[in-house]
Design a protein around this ligand. Structure first.
Ligand SMILES: [Fe+2]
Length: 227
C-alpha cells in the first residue's frame, strides 16, 4: 500500500470516528517527529504498540481485505502470565462496507467485538477442532451481551449498533461491514498482534508500505524502523 493512501485512510478514519462523538487519545495525532522527540519517555507506549494500524494483510487490496485499527490501551504479557496487573487492551476499529477481516483465531486473547455504530457488523464463525484447525461441523457456542448462543458452523452473526459478541481463543472469526461502514470497539485481554493471530490462509498481518510521500502519522508497524 502506498504511504499516501495510508495518510488518506488515517484522515478519513479520524473523521469517521469523530462523527460518532468519540475522541482519540493525544498520541493518535502526534507527528513522526514528535514521536521521535518523545521516544525516551514513551517506551511503554512503543512497547505496547499503541497507535494506528492500517492493514491490507499484505495483499494490496485494502477495499476488499483490510481493517483500520487504533490501539488505545494495551497491558503487559508479563502481567497476564502473572495473573495480576494490566491484563487488558482496547481498540477502536473500522470495517468498511464489504471489507473483510479474514478468518482467524487467537491463541491467548479473548475479545469482545462491539458494534459501536454505523451499519451492521457481520461476523462469520467456526469452532476449532482438537488441533486448532477450523472445524466445519462443530456447533459454535458464543455469548452475545451475556446471552449464550448456539450457531451452526459458518453462519453469520449480525450485530446491530450496541450489540457485541465475546470471542474466546479457538473461536474462528471473519468480519465485515454489511450495508455500510461500521465503527467497532474491541475490549480484550492483552493484545499481541505479532504472535497471537492464526489465519486460516497464509497471509500477513501488516501492510507492506511503498514510501511515495512522508508519513503524516506512523503506524505501529513503523515503530521498529523509526523509534
Ligand atoms: Fe480477532
Amino acid at each position: 500500500m502506498k504511504r499516501s493512501r495510508v495518510n488518506e485512510i488515517i484522515l478519513e478514519s479520524d473523521e469517521f470516528i469523530r462523527s460518532f462523538g468519540i475522541h482519540l487519545p493525544p498520541f493518535a495525532y502526534w507527528s513522526p517527529q514528535q514521536l521521535v522527540d518523545k521516544k525516551d519517555s514513551i517506551s511503554a507506549l512503543i512497547d505496547a504498540r499503541l497507535g494506528w494500524d492500517i492493514t491490507d494483510y499484505g495483499l494490496g487490496d485494502f477495499a476488499s481485505l483490510g481493517l483500520v485499527l487504533m490501539t488505545t490501551r494495551n497491558g503487559s504479557l508479563d502481567d497476564l502470565r502473572n495473573g495480576s496487573g494490566m491484563c487488558y487492551a482496547e481498540k477502536v476499529m473500522i470495517s468498511r462496507q464489504d471489507q473483510v477481516s479474514p478468518m482467524h483465531r487467537h491463541i491467548t486473547k479473548a475479545e469482545d467485538i462491539i458494534n459501536r455504530g454505523g451499519a451492521t457488523l457481520a461476523i462469520k464463525m467456526f469452532e476449532s477442532d482438537a488441533n486448532g484447525k477450523l472445524d466445519e461441523s462443530a456447533t459454535v457456542r458464543v455469548a452475545t451481551d451475556g446471552e449464550p448462543r448456539e450457531l451452526s458452523p459458518g453462519s453469520v452473526l449480525q450485530l446491530q449498533p450496541g450489540e457485541s459478541v465475546t470471542l474466546l481463543p479457538g473461536n474462528w472469526h471473519e468480519f465485515w461491514g454489511e450495508g455500510g461502514d461500521v465503527l467497532i470497539g474491541e475490549v480484550s485481554t492483552v493484545n499481541d498482534d505479532v504472535n497471537d493471530n492464526v489465519f486460516q490462509r497464509p497471509i500477513g498481518r501488516f501492510s507492506t508500505i511503498e514510501e511515495d510521500v512522508d508519513p503524516v502519522h506512523l503506524l505501529v508497524s513503523d515503530y521498529e524502523n523509526w523509534l
